[in-house]
Design a protein around this ligand. Sequence first.
Ligand code: PLP
Length: 394
Amino acid sequence: MTTSSTHTRIYADYNSTVPLDDAHLDAVVAALRQFDGNPSSQHATGRRAKVAVEDARAHVANLVGCRAQEIVFTSGATEANNLVIQGVAGKQGDSGGKPHVIIGATEHSSVIEVAQVLAERGRIVLSIAPVDRDGRVSREEMLRMIQRDTVLVSVMMVNNETGAINPVAELAGAVKERNPLIHFHTDAVQALGKIDISFLARTKVDSAAFSGHKVGAFKGCGALYLKAGSRMQALMLGGGQERARRPGTENVPGIISFGLRARDLVSAGPGAWEDRERHVQARFVAALLGIGGAVIHGDPATGIANTVNFHIDRVSGDDLLLNMDLSGIAASSGSACSSGVGRPSHVLLAMGYPEWVALNSVRISFGAGTDGADVDRIIEVVKQVANRRAGSRG
Ligand SMILES: Cc1ncc(COP(=O)(O)O)c(C=O)c1O
């Protein structure tokens, strides 16, 4: 995509990825000119790269509110989630039985599919905690599922499809009251940079997954927060990088990029982002509800400020998305990571919506580049498609 066409398009898919901005790209390129060594090399070039990686680690730790040594750089959140689900679930249960794992019903595929495969292979016993109509994990049901051999509970902080927010600090506290040895993990990808999570290390949460490209950094870099003292087996062996928790030569460009974005997010604070996005979201919601047959899934007002998930009665989601795309609007169907696969959204099914709705939902996610005029344009296109359906009725 050329820069000029980027300006004419409306990008409303920020939960999928946050586009790189030019100033950030320039800052990373400038940093790489100075720091492009192998951080494991003993010479001055290597030592400089090591300093750049450690600087980035300090910035990410600052954003998360933890110590730098509690941050493990990974290739993204998929890897961070895999590290925990596979690396913790291998432990034996308290009574020596098969390890038992509890996950929320609306987790990202990088949690849910890993846990399901481990269960199919007979390595763990898996329980799936249901969610309410707004997509929040039921605390009581989750606590009821805890058994003697429960080793891991994983509940996401913010859902990528609907924006529903789970009170993970509270949930982790309740789990630890039952058994302090249970590891509590949260996929915090869609929370980073959007809500203040600098309290995380002071809670009972043991680990959290983050992704650089969801906050405007390069794709292919993420991080795991792993509380000091937590036990987790590495998935890869060979090389001692990242304290052997994630060996392999570091992705220096990605790490520098993530560190610079973390630094910027700490200095901006989440308040301004939230105020702006809430405003844009409210304008979109009000206009959308004026279109006959529009149904919003979950409660945007209590969810994350930039996300709206909806369907229009008897209008195909593909039709909506195709028309938006032809009109220069980028939006997403359900989870972008699995879009194109044509499966109903497991998130909407778990929230109690019928299969047709789960197949035809559209997710709009706003960000720094979207404003009120973009909202009006998106609504105009949605209305046109909905009216064609109304017209075809007679
Ligand atoms: C909630 C959530 N978790 C995990 C991921 C995977 O992140 P990554 O692209 O860094 O592997 C995503 C990406 O869509 C996500 O939204």
